[in-house]
Write a protein that binds this ligand. Structure first.
Ligand SMILES: Cc1cc2nc3c(=O)[nH]c(=O)nc-3n(C[C@H](O)[C@H](O)[C@H](O)COP(=O)(O)O)c2cc1C
Length: 228
């Protein structure tokens, strides 16, 4: 649109130059003002066009097609079952393998104790020892990674999991359950640990609504275009 307007202004200018003698000084002044206003409009439209193209490219990155023979792993950590519920729903739709991240030492049942422990773990950069390992991580192209939002990010066992393997070149698809903070800082924190992975748009589901989240989950999977 901006380019068309630029072309039009160019032709208009040429016409003015060719017919300079038939315009009086006053109307020439008015013409100059019109050209100036049109130029500003064209520059603005061109800028908007470029901006739209950039954001469209971003959307495409998020939603690049992955259908076909890509191997999928749905991995998750869950203390009280909410994230497990979402992981199972995702797995039912996308197929592939499912893997539960489990610390050697389970978290206590008491909420306040876990909250205090999780804060300490986060502050100290602690990485929980994990009970089991994924066999052949290299064979997966797409890794879903699910976790409860703890203190605005993922819990220590997820940090250990992300640090245990080389996810370079793989697609990582984050999802979380939470009680108000959504994905928080977790996506940025995953990028820090896996800078050579391709991040896809994440999903955040409120913990108290996981049983009725099926439509949201399938809508998101359709949106990110992960399967045919
Ligand atoms: C240690 C801890 C910290 C939490 N921090 C947050 C938080 O910062 N923001 C939030 O929205 N929910 C927070 N929650 C709530 C959980 O994210 C939510 O209950 C989640 O659904 C639990 O998932 P799970 O059943 O898979 O363990 C926290 C819960 C715990 C135990």
């Amino acid at each position: 649109m901006g380019e068309v307007l630029y072309d039009f202004i160019g032709i208009f200018k040429q016409y003015l130059l060719a017919n300079e003698n038939i315009f009086n000084e006053r109307s020439k002044e008015d013409m100059k003002k019109t050209i100036f206003a049109l130029s500003i409009t064209a520059a603005f439209l061109a800028f908007m066009g470029v901006t739209a193209q950039i954001s469209f490219a971003g959307e495409e990155l998020n939603m690049s097609k992955l259908s076909g023979n890509k191997r999928i792993l749905v991995s998750y950590f869950s203390r009280t079952g909410n994230t497990r519920e979402i992981a199972n729903q995702i797995h039912e739709i996308v197929g592939g393998d499912i893997f539960e991240i489990q610390p050697v030492k389970p978290y206590p049942d008491d909420y306040d104790t876990v909250v205090a422990q999780a804060r300490k773990e986060l502050d100290s950069g602690y990485m929980a020892e994990l009970k089991t390992k994924v066999q052949n991580i290299e064979s997966y192209d797409v890794v879903f990674i699910g976790y409860p939002n703890w203190w605005g990010t993922f819990p220590s066992p997820v940090k250990s999991f992300l640090s245990s393997y080389d996810f370079s070149g793989k697609v990582i698809v984050p999802f979380c359950t939470h009680e108000g903070s959504g994905l928080g800082n977790s996506v940025g924190d995953i990028v820090k640990l896996c800078p050579k992975s391709k991040m896809f748009k994440g999903l955040a589901i409120r913990g108290s609504t996981v049983k009725t989240a099926r439509n949201k989950v399938s809508e998101w999977i359709r949106e990110i275009n992960i399967i045919k």
